[in-house]
Unconditional design. Structure first.
Length: 251
């Protein structure tokens, strides 16, 4: 559908949504253990901190006596949490998140230009146009940003760095940490073979590209759910004025 989009099969940036066969089994084998109850508990301080920041911003708007868009606050909250969990962002950046435009552009997909149309009509042009990068690919930009973040975190792990604390003194592990802690068989020749794993402990770590790809998938999938936060916005609307609204919320 997007002949000018990056070919993840060629670049090594593969995630569960684009992989198949043995490669999919390989990625699935460590993705499941990452999303455990204990890991989710470890990220709760980050979620709570971002949520409290959103509440504080909304209270400032309420104090002004002016109407404001609740949806925007939920969008900022979603992106802030996901950026802190999947992009390596270590501080709260609601209302001024520098990743907002990048993520929004990535969700829109590769721009539909005359070069894109040419790639659809003449498939052989697709690979050529991708190599010369004639059209901006926002997803690729996010992948490269994540790649650098993962490399930096890998260096910190190699130097024996301890778990970081956020600016409020809370433990600040994220999904990059979890994927680095996870283990896989990256160096095994899985092409055309069934990948089987009897336990969670193996000898190989994930590749930098694989970690970046999994985090990006989590980031984009999470941001997509922003359009489904209508129930949360409705509850906020009912709760804000108190009185009858609060009674309606309870029912």
């Amino acid at each position: 559908l997007y002949p000018l989009a990056s070919d993840n099969q060629e670049s090594g940036y593969l995630d569960l949504f684009h992989a198949d066969g043995a490669t999919w089994q390989h990625l699935r084998s460590f993705s499941n253990p990452v999303f455990t109850t204990s890991n989710l508990k470890r990220i709760m301080p980050t979620v709570i901190n971002s949520t409290q920041a959103m509440i504080n911003l909304m209270e400032e708007n309420v104090g002004s006596g002016e109407f404001f868009d609740i949806h925007k606050h939920f969008q900022d909250l979603t992106l802030d949490i996901l950026s802190r969990l999947a992009l390596g962002q270590k501080e709260c950046q609601q209302s001024h998140n520098k990743n907002m435009k990048k993520v929004t552009d990535a969700l829109k997909g590769t721009p539909n230009t005359v070069f894109h149309i040419a790639g659809c009509i003449f498939p052989f042009l697709g690979s050529l146009l991708r190599k010369i990068r004639i059209v901006r690919d926002p997803t690729k930009e996010l992948l490269l940003q994540l790649n650098e973040t993962v490399k930096l975190r890998e260096d910190q792990y190699a130097q024996g760095a301890q778990e970081e604390l956020d600016e409020f003194g809370n433990p600040g592990p994220d999904f990059i940490d979890f994927f680095l802690e996870a283990e896989s068989d990256k160096d095994l020749d899985l092409q055309g073979k069934d990948f089987k794993k009897s336990g969670l402990k193996t000898t190989k770590k994930l590749s930098t590209e694989e970690i970046a790809s999994q985090c990006l998938s989590f980031l984009l999938a999470g941001c997509e759910t922003t359009s489904s936060t209508g129930l949360g916005r409705r509850r906020t609307h009912l709760r804000a004025p108190g009185g009858d609204g609060t009674t309606g919320l309870r029912h």
